[in-house]
Design a protein around this ligand. Structure first.
Ligand code: LLP
Length: 422
């Protein structure tokens, strides 16, 4: 099958021999599509990252909490983190037990903390005030304190989650007060955690922050969990050949750092990482349809049904999602069919001029009726979609290794939206 631009998905056999256009005909446009093999591969890479028995991977489900995907992730031996009662419900639907769930929340009610304590292995609190609340909600429990190591990373300022300018974590200087609050409520400080931010391709900051957490944990008896958070990046620029995160050297550095520390300190607990994006992003893409192509002066606009309500990341962070173009009657190499690439802006169907997926991106000329894919949308794609302009959210399908397809979430309907009204 040949298309104007499809080399990446063909190279990884993303569609398992199916035609993305047929998928849209059957399930409607736009559509989230996931590939089971890719999801399993990324789970295995994360499980193998730190070659220590004491290392455990907790998938950060905020990236994608569809229970059908969570089930696969669980079957690969990952645990999961939760940050809301909604995520807890998804985890239960996927079969995760209480012991397999870490609750890592911020700024929640006493009732939620009580629910979290009874439904998860351990709860992480992110301020002294929340620790007090937790003490009232679940006196006598184990608890984990989220620290702010002062070192942040991320692909955008909005997702850097450590450092003085961010709302996250407890200042390490407040650790004496943490101990005092724990003592007052008979809480047992059983873990310390952090998350420096989302998407690093260079591991330096992650490792420095990990060292800092280890320094803070030194000499503290009774710790069962040291959790370094997520942030492991993926290469979004597939057609520019962007390099992958070097997992081998990162894993080696982590194993050395953590292994030596555990030996020195006599630590017998678990080292935890919480990847979200790395597990889910490349296992998913969003398909949509080109409804119109037009020029406003010299600017060429490719107008699709993938609004920023379907994939908010470009609008929110200026994030890059690679584009593929599928056309049924396309003859590869036919030069009359295949004029030179030209700058095109790909936009959605929402009533805001910021509804732009790509601005002036150099691509083969796109035509009305073409099907487009935005790649690497498996993480923070559907999970962040919303029905703005009263446009319901799309369906999600899963392609299995043998090419069979399961509808894993039906398309939201206008009736669903009306159903909330009283
Ligand atoms: N652990 C905690 C406590 C987190 O807050 C997060 C993400 C993770 C783990 C997983 O981070 P990851 O491995 O996925 O980078 N919506 C943004 C990303 C927000 C990340 C929020 N926290 C985006 O689309 O880029």
């Amino acid at each position: 099958m040949s298309h104007p631009r499809s080399a990446y998905t063909q190279g990884v056999n993303f569609y398992a021999g199916l035609d993305p256009r047929d998928l849209l005909c059957e399930y409607g446009s736009p559509l989230y599509v996931y590939n089971e093999e890719m999801l399993r591969l990324r789970c295995r890479e994360m499980r193998g990252l730190i070659p220590l028995h004491s290392a455990k991977v907790c998938y950060s489900a905020k990236a994608n909490a569809n229970p059908r995907l969570l089930k696969i992730i669980r079957s690969e031996g990952l645990w999961v983190d939760a940050m809301s009662p909604g995520e807890l419900a998804m985890h239960r639907a996927a079969g995760f037990s209480r012991e397999e769930i870490f609750y890592v929340c911020n700024n929640v009610s006493r009732e939620e903390l009580a629910l979290a304590a009874s439904s998860s292995r351990i709860v992480s609190v992110d301020s002294l005030a929340q620790l007090e609340e937790f003490g009232l909600a679940a006196p006598g429990s184990e608890v984990m304190a989220r620290l702010n190591p002062g070192i942040g990373v991320g692909h955008h300022q909005k997702v850097v989650t450590a450092g003085r300018e961010t709302k996250f974590g407890i200042d390490p200087e407040d650790l004496p007060r943490v101990r005092e609050i724990c003592a007052r409520h008979s809480l047992k400080l059983a873990g310390m955690n952090q998350h420096v931010g989302s998407l690093f391709m260079e591991p330096k900051a992650f490792l420095e922050a990990a060292e800092r957490l280890l320094d803070l944990a030194r000499g503290m008896g009774g710790l069962k969990y040291l959790d370094f958070g997520g942030g492991f990046g993926i290469p979004y620029r597939k057609y520019a050949g962007e390099a992958r995160l070097d997992l081998v050297s990162l894993g080696r550095a982590c194993a050395e750092l953590l292994g030596l520390w555990a030996e020195r300190e006599g630590f017998t607990g678990l080292f935890i990482i919480e990847p979200g994006r790395y597990v889910a992003a490349e296992a998913g893409l969003v398909l949509g349809t080109v409804m119109a192509v037009k020029n406003n002066g010299p600017a060429r606009f490719v107008c699709t049904d993938i609004g920023f309500n379907i994939l908010p990341r470009p609008m929110l962070y200026g994030a890059f999602h690679e584009v593929e173009i599928y056309r049924p009657d396309y003859a590869a190499g036919a030069t009359s069919e295949d004029p030179a690439e030209l700058p095109q802006s790909i936009v959605g169907n929402i009533c805001e001029s910021g509804d732009i997926l790509h601005r002036d991106y150099l691509l083969p000329p796109i035509r009305q009726g073409d099907v487009l894919a935005l790649l690497d949308a498996g993480a923070y794609g559907y999970a962040m979609s919303f029905p703005y302009n009263q446009r319901p959210r799309p369906a999600e399908i899963l392609i299995h290794t043998d090419g069979s397809v399961t509808l894993i979430r039906r398309r939201e309907s206008v009736e669903d939206l009306l159903g909330l009204l009283i």
